[in-house]
Design a protein around this ligand. Structure first.
Ligand code: AMP
Ligand code: MG
Length: 315
């Protein structure tokens, strides 16, 4: 299949309306969209990504009145969160509408919904005129794409269309919050910080990774975000020993940056998140065998960042 590149949201949406797959930019990372109400289109999406069938998809919407097509109920806490954070990088887990094809939710009776804020994403979703199921537009397991070129690298020839936008702003995925529990439960840290959620609705539960009983997002058990190079986490960059085939990314400068193949020192957690997946892919292109990544303080965006770093480093 030839993958069409376009800058027109209506042209990209036309593929989705025909039951095909189109990638599009959002404020977090690029997504790969399919009509959520057409099970064959959603099955093709799992196939194109090589995504495990037990990992549910997030449904993307542009207007509140679309919620009735995908969810069975919106509890008051979810209303309050939508008022505060939609449109934006927050995904809410809600009870699923009976008519939503179960392939979207991997058989679960809940569904993740999100209203992206990105202008091009909104124009695309409006033109699709249907709820759009969209995971990140990478081959399963790889770093999420933050440029259209990264989407092309992973999915060229496997999807119908790529809607070209700029580099994405947040660089990490949406925060996933389960609103079917009281209080709501954080399933995946992301671009909306836990502190912001607590500021809006009070208590938010954070299941411990070591608790086997803790509610989980199915996706968090799969290997994720990994470049071809090994990722090794660093707590003290000052002790890093430079290697000629190594890359380094972090807030603190390493002792001998010139002896590394790639070195990217970022000013803050926001810049770190924005650049992380791009840097991973850049290191792969440069033939790095290992990437050292500094672990950051677990607050604000730092929680999401550490989560992605830990998963990228797990083999
Ligand atoms: P991705 O779109 O690839 O960034 O991943 C979406 C994330 O949301 C994965 O971690 C999924 O497991 C999670 N997710 C989507 N729908 C649900 C759901 N109904 N219940 C729990 N987690 C979900
Ligand atoms: Mg993903």
């Amino acid at each position: 299949m030839d993958t069409v590149l376009t800058s027109s949201p209506t042209e990209a949406a036309a593929f989705v309306r025909r039951g095909q797959l189109a990638a599009f930019p959002t404020e977090t990372v690029y997504g790969l969209g399919a009509d959520a109400l057409r099970p064959e289109a959603v099955e093709a999406l799992f196939e194109a990504k090589g995504r495990p069938a037990d990992n549910p998809l997030i449904v993307h919407l542009v207007a509140r009145d679309q919620l009735a097509q995908v969810v069975a109920a919106v509890p008051p806490v979810a209303e309050a969160l939508l008022d505060r954070f939609a449109p934006g990088p927050l995904t809410l887990i809600l009870p699923k509408a009976p008519d939503l094809p179960s392939v979207v939710t991997a058989g679960l009776d809940t569904v993740g919904v999100r209203f992206p804020r990105h202008d091009l994403a909104r124009a695309f979703l409006r033109a699709c005129d249907t709820p759009v199921a969209a995971p990140s537009a990478n081959r399963s397991g790889r770093p999420s794409p933050t440029t259209w070129q990264a989407v092309q690298e992973d999915l060229d020839g496997r999807i119908a269309c790529i809607l070209r936008g700029g580099r994405t702003e947040a660089g990490v995925e949406s925060t996933v919050l389960d609103c079917t529990t009281t209080p709501p439960t954080l399933l995946r840290p992301g671009a909306v910080a836990l502190e912001q959620l607590r500021g809006a609705v009070g208590t938010v539960a954070t299941p411990s990774k070591n608790d086997p009983e803790a509610p989980k997002s199915p996706g968090t058990k799969h290997r994720h975000y990994a470049p071809a190079a090994r990722v090794k986490l660093v707590r003290e960059p000052s002790t890093l020993e430079a290697e000629p085939t190594a890359g380094y990314i972090g807030l603190a400068a390493p002792p001998e940056p010139d002896r590394l193949r790639r070195c990217h020192v970022v000013p803050d957690a926001e810049a770190y998140a924005r650049d992380l997946f791009h840097f991973f892919r850049d290191c792969d292109h440069a033939g790095c065998s290992v990437i050292y990544a500094q672990v950051v303080p677990p607050e604000g965006l730092g929680r999401a960042l550490n989560d992605r770093l830990e998963r990228a480093a797990a083999r």
